[in-house]
Design a protein around this ligand. Sequence first.
Ligand code: A3P
Ligand code: MG
Length: 419
Amino acid sequence: MDQHRSHNPNSSYQNRLSAYKRDREESGRNPCGSKHSRPNHHPYNKSGSTPRQNPPSSQGLSTRRELYERDFPVYKQPVEVGCFSLDSERRFFNDSRQMRYYVEPDRNPNFDLRDGYKDRFIKRDDSVKEKLDHILRWILANRLKLSSKGTTASPCALDVDVVTWRGHLTKLLTSPYETKEGWLLAVTRFRGTLYISEVETEAARRDRETRTERHEEMMYWGYKFEQYTCADNAHSVPDTGGVVNTNEAFCTVVQTRLADHRLLFSGEVDCRDKDPDAPAPPACYIELKTSAEICTPKQRSNFHRFKLLKWWAQSFLPGVPRVVAGFRDHEGVVVTVDTFPVSKMSHLIKNEHNCWKPTVCMNFCCDFLSFVKRIATEDNPSVVYLFSWEPHRDVTYSVHRDSQYSFLPHWYVEEMTSS
Ligand code: A3P
Ligand code: MG
């Protein structure tokens, strides 16, 4: 066990927490001490004058960064409670059959990411909106792991406050720094649990339907990099002449807590360390990324300010400790591969002016979930509270009954209600 000590996620989370505390104390800006404390300007207080404890429900939630610069909130070490796989036809399996194993490439591998785009690529139909369906299937197959121990009268049948995709939480974490893309999140309260499912915005639909051929090809590059660096089992090598099929996925399901919000979410995992002695999931998982090669200080600064924020948020949430990045040239050839420990990402950005801060991301997410809990009070599977956000605006919401936005399927509601 000792050999794993340096990988111990508990200690790294603790270190991270201490580092954030040190930062905050050194800056001396935040007068508040406890995790329940509020900044000078309450996020609900539009005028910024007198903070209000109980804002009228018609008010929105601000995403202004300075409102979230307080102590890092409690974020419990994420625990993997299960996993599932989606096969080449997007069928659900309650197992790890799609797990892949990382095969470390050369530092300068010259991978051609364009290879196979025309003739060995099966692309998932991204006009099909799966909503939370795969996670709900996993919940039904694993209810005993989640339900309140023997108490049928529990107001919260699943013992979690929030069920969602990791990707939706990533969007929340990065909102205080996002200047281009807004989001729509549909929320339904059912048997005490809040289900959060994204709705495609009009702008996102337009972008999806008008992508250029170059953009379509560049989206393939990330998956091709995965093929160059992953094998199907711990003893094999990558099959770089095979088909890239983006229907296939291995997803982890993790449980954790952000302040008083008990979270259950799932996210796709690219691969794991093939060493059988590697630490248990999620600490053995590896996120793979591609990015344009960095040639100038300006490009480095942009990489730190924009890309590392997204990489950090995506991997920090489920406790994935490493991102392996392939840096590619304009022709789609990977010229360098680098590993970025997630726990060091926020150190890399310290020298950037006006850069992102993990504490802002986590506090905004925490306050958003508190906001949702206060607003989405009617426990009804056909009622949707639609939370809407555009950059430079507050988060607002509207309520919809039996509408196009309802997303909990009948098979889920019936099975959860009947037993
Ligand atoms: P990169 O990560 O190298 O950009 P993920 O990294 O989240 O596992 O996603 C795998 C790949 O899917 C991405 O590779 C990219 O090619 C594609 N992809 C995912 N989300 C995308 C998005 N919003 N727009 C374009 N491509 C996306
Ligand atoms: Mg990836």
